[in-house]
Design a protein around this ligand. Sequence first.
Ligand SMILES: C[S@@+](CC[C@H](N)C(=O)[O-])C[C@H]1O[C@@H](n2cnc3c(N)ncnc32)[C@H](O)[C@@H]1O
Length: 442
Amino acid sequence: MAKNIREEIFKTLNQIENGKGYSNIVLNKTTRDMETRDANFTREIVYGVLENRIYLEWVVSRYSKLKISKISPAVLTIIKMGLYQILKMDKVPDSAAVNECVKLSKKHANKGAQGFINGLLRNVARDKENIELPDRKKDFTKYISVKYSYPEWIIEDWAAMYGESFTEELCEANSKKPSLNIRVNTLAIDRDTLMERLSESGRECRAAEYGKDIVVVLNPDGLIDTEEYRSGLFTVQDESSSLVAQIMNPESGATVVDVCSAPGGKTTHMAQIMKNKGRIIARDVHEHKLELIESNARRLGIDIIETSLADAAERDESLVDKADYCLVDAPCSGLGLVRKKPEIKYNKSRSDLESLSKLQSEILEASSGYVKKGGTLVYSTCTLNVKENIEVVKDFLDKHPEFKLEPFEAELPLEESKRGYIELYPNVHGTDGFFISKMIRM
Ligand SMILES: C[S@@+](CC[C@H](N)C(=O)[O-])C[C@H]1O[C@@H](n2cnc3c(N)ncnc32)[C@H](O)[C@@H]1O
């Protein structure tokens, strides 16, 4: 193992905890030049510490004489790195975990703190079989909140929406490492041929259950450094996200407006389904993100996408009645993505969710005007929160009798597809959490 690996882990965690970047992006930068073994170790600890923050702090609060609020952020990060290795990783001996944290503390903490870190970690290591969780029967919310590290308000909301046992299953599924999903560029290759090519180079892969263009790769290390990726034979996309374009199913030659389109995952997928014929107007409110759509399209050999800067909450009169298909893949709280970006659990509040549902309604209202008679409107989010999902759609439909939900079992053969909307769950479908609804303008 390279010398400064724990130093790199410490820095990466600080960056993410200080809100200086999403975990997947910061981690990709940190691990870019590392050996695979070091990169995997780094990922495991960074994700583990982020994912288990509340649980690890619960353990600190039970073994520390100092209140958590009195412990400096750097010291707390070192302690959590140590605790994660002691409590959740079998392959690191406890003594090594403690010694490495003490070494790290020599650079980032004063003498007193070094002794404190050493003592606390050793105490926990000795007592690790006896660490108690809150009593499930007395307080379900607190128990789940500590066991799976979620703010209590999320557990309260999910339990109210989905019931207690479903919430527990959902949190359990969210704590499992997801496999990597890739979307085949069907303009360049078909799924079976790509899978054969990947298998020949030692990849273990299987066709996804619901996503027609998705391959699940079980040993993905270094996949985006391959010739297959560089030459645009696939892109990285979760199965649930790929179902949006699959359910939309736009015809070749159609006009599509995608109002929240960066970085272009669904835009480029729609272009594939359209066989790169027609026109896709792809917009976003952040100018720097438009380049991401363009570079993704270039790599995949797609040339029917026109990007432009626009606020989707304001109707653009020049597009009224112009779209055969309109996609509103709205900005959302992202609670369906905690498997991949665990920090999402801690970055949101109930009031954020309320303002998001207001923005989502405004965007849906403004964008619905672009849909021609007989045209299709798809509204999707990557969150698990009825207020941002079906309630936004129902509220819209109440005000717009000219739209109705459209069943999509031909595109996704599941019972729920008959209702015209679906919520996907990690514990049920094995995908990221997602919401997709399909409407038709009559
Ligand atoms: C869920 S992401 C879209 C993901 C994208 N559809 C894809 O598949 O790659 C939501 C996007 O909405 C954009 N956004 C946020 N507020 C917006 C607004 N008022 N108007 C247009 N775009 C907005 C964000 O910049 C972000 O890129």
